[in-house]
Design a protein. Sequence first.
Length: 128
Amino acid sequence: MSKWLTQEWLDETRKMAEDQPERPGASARMQYVVTGAPEGDIEYYWVLENGKLIESKLGHLDDSEVTLTTAYSDAVKIQKGELDANAAFMQGKVKVTGNMAKVMSLLPITSSPEYKQMQAEVAEITEY
């Protein structure tokens, strides 16, 4: 098991995401900020190309297209599948800056059966 929001966890989950189907046009450079974590605020980023997660690292991505900011408690619920990512976004629990159209185009992926299965598998290997 790897600790959530560590580089080890990001590396492990990126490898797990390799089995996700290709989704032409689902490409983005996304910055994530999780506020109020026990260790302080945590920044990490994803680079998606056609639905494939090709990069996942701790730190700041200077040329991100979108930044998603979430409180630690809500981020845990989303990660565990206890709070739907779409619902969290609509409820204002995920703050978005940058290219809103890009985020809206990617939201349906979080409801796909493949994504839900991967989310469950990631939860099994994650130490919160």
